[in-house]
Design a protein around this ligand. Structure first.
Ligand code: TA6
Length: 293
């Protein structure tokens, strides 16, 4: 596990939009990770360009989640089950992570960031935990979020690596991989809907939580690329585009930005929440890769 600051050739500690961040340069790709929220905000493939989307209206400030990249939704997904006053998607994405170190592994650079429970987190979530984000950068981007129960009682959590992919135009892309799985539709309220056979296309606000462990493939002919979202130990896949009206209601999301993004999120939400006994650990991963069409 990386525990040294890392060599300047592959790891540069920078200040970006006033926040400390890491610029990670692996073979064939480069990523920017903020310590704020452990937030991967960019991943650029040398061959296929920038694969992640971030809003031009994103706010880079303590207490605010950056709009775009890969926000970490932990220890709950969506609204808190019983305390509506708590922030949506948990607190991890607005907490300061610690940079543990980075190292080269072959031609990939691996960086480790950590987040531990504190009096502040226990006020939201009465458990002791240690979480670690591993960011592996090469021709692909691999993110692993590991949680250890460091307390004396069982804990349960939800998790989403809320990946915002950059697309040419969401009205001109299609998704494969979810056909035959079932989803809960957060727009219509329908539950257990069967995804039909044809590739999924987008004609309006889409906010779905699928029961799926499968690879999701985004076909983007206008960008001449296919983007794959693979995952490990994730039972939920979330697909989201806010479309016109919801985009207008978000201050940190440009009214005209919605066509350029699509969220495909590796998650463990709802019935896929993770339960850990004292001392137990669980790690969920997502890998973003691309190929030319
Ligand atoms: O992952 C989809 C979703 O749960 C949507 O319902 C929408 O709320 C989105 O997350 C963004 O949430 P945020 O709290 O970051 O504005």
């Amino acid at each position: 596990m990386p525990n040294a600051p890392g060599d300047a050739r592959h790891t540069e500690q920078i200040d970006f939009h006033g926040l400390p961040a890491l610029q990670l340069r692996g073979g064939g790709g480069e990523a920017r990770v903020f310590l704020h929220g452990g937030h991967v905000a960019a991943f650029r493939s040398e061959r296929h360009g920038e694969l992640l989307w971030t809003s031009a209206h994103a706010v880079y400030a303590a207490g605010k989640a950056i709009r775009g990249g890969v926000p970490i939704c932990f220890p709950w997904f969506g609204a808190h089950a019983s305390r509506q006053e708590l922030p949506a998607h948990g607190f991890a994405r607005t907490r300061a992570f610690q940079f543990e170190g980075s190292e080269l592994q072959g031609d990939r650079v691996l960086a480790a960031l950590s987040l531990a429970s504190s009096d502040e987190t226990r006020a939201f979530y009465p458990h002791d935990f240690r979480a670690r984000l591993l960011v592996s950068v090469g021709t692909t981007l691999e993110l692993t979020f590991e949680v250890e129960n460091t307390g004396a009682s069982e804990l349960a959590y939800e998790l989403a690596l809320h990946t915002y992919l950059r697309v040419s135009d969401v009205r001109r892309v299609s998704l494969g991989g979810l056909q035959g799985s079932r989803f809960d539709d957060k727009v219509t309220g329908a539950r257990g809907v069967l995804e039909p056979a044809p590739p999924l296309r987008f004609t309006g606000e889409t906010d779905r939580v699928y029961d799926s462990t499968a690879r999701v493939t985004l076909e983007d002919p206008d960008l001449g690329r296919r983007v794959h979202v693979d995952k490990a130990h994730s039972g939920s896949t979330v697909v989201w585009n806010p479309w016109v009206d919801k985009a207008k209601r978000m201050a940190d999301f440009g009214d005209d930005e919605w066509p350029g993004m699509l969220c495909i999120e590796a998650a463990n939400a709802g019935r896929h929440r993770i339960t850990l006994s004292p001392g137990a650990r669980h790690a969920m991963s997502t890998t973003i890769s691309a190929e030319s069409l």
